[in-house]
Design a binder for this molecule. Sequence first.
Ligand code: GTP
Length: 319
Amino acid sequence: MSKTTKRTPATIIGGFLGAGKTTLLNRILQSDFDLKAAVLVNDFGSINIDSSLIKSNDGKVMNLANGCICCSISGDLVGQIESLPDMPEPPEYLLIEASGVSDPGRIARVLNYKIFRERIQVDAVLTLVDAEQFEVASSEFPELARVQLKTADIVVINKTDLCSEQQLSTFKSKWLLDGSTVFETCFADVPMQLILGTDANQGAITDTCSDATCQHKHHHQSHDDLFESISRQCVKPINIDKLKIAIKKLPAEIYRAKGIFIIEGETAQTAILQKVGSRTEWSFGDRQLKENSASKLVMISKKGKLQLAETLVEFERQL
Ligand SMILES: Nc1nc2c(ncn2[C@@H]2O[C@H](COP(=O)(O)OP(=O)(O)OP(=O)(O)O)[C@@H](O)[C@H]2O)c(=O)[nH]1
């Protein structure tokens, strides 16, 4: 590759499970901010639900499922990034949605490895915060909360419609670093020109390791040790009433669950589940989409809190 090849700017979108990363991504992709962007999505579960929920007009959505890209640099990541210049219309921008258990700063450091550095230039690390659930999540995972905020060039405090003034000011005084660029939003409604192409990450990356497989030089607790997930796909339509009852009965230890379900007697729509902490929401999707030909469910909990396989068996018994 020629040294003069223009590097593709990238924004890394991080933040805890359910904070609103996909919501922000969809906002960017649907905005009239003229961006020929490719999207890389890293779901923690072994099936990638987020990529089905991303409303990209041109289909440039690449999956990195099963694991956490900041913990292991898969051939997938190398391959996807290497393929960018060869796309029929090479993207002008790269949006990377980190999994909710990732350290987005570490992804930025990985992208500074020589193999990526020639192709990618990290424009900003953006961390979303779920203002409603943050207190609970950060008490369970304080170190992850700390790194996700510490490494952010831009912090978006999202879901302000669901939290009190008191919660907001406690969060700000306890967690925000002086000098951070901060936005407070509902449904990640943040002006695009303030978060994209800002070069906010200038000089922030100091790790210039050249070995993409290097794991040992950088202290890092694997997020696969902190969380576990279980996923299921099934083609048989599901009774929506039974499904909603079974979801309500899920143990509180399931911090995040998301799913797209084929419903009995419903030919046009799918039911979409979004459970974040104690909040569960249902909406509808388009059943005609190719990727919606089977129901998909992912559940994520803290490691060792629950027998996830047994929980899934019990869940399925109720359907
Ligand atoms: N009330 C409210 N809900 C929101 C807001 N932002 C996002 N949501 C909802 O929160 C849920 C999770 O949002 P996502 O965008 O999927 O979160 P995520 O960070 O991509 O989730 P993971 O990829 O699983 O970590 C969805 O039901 C969203 O519609 C907000 O500001 N207010």
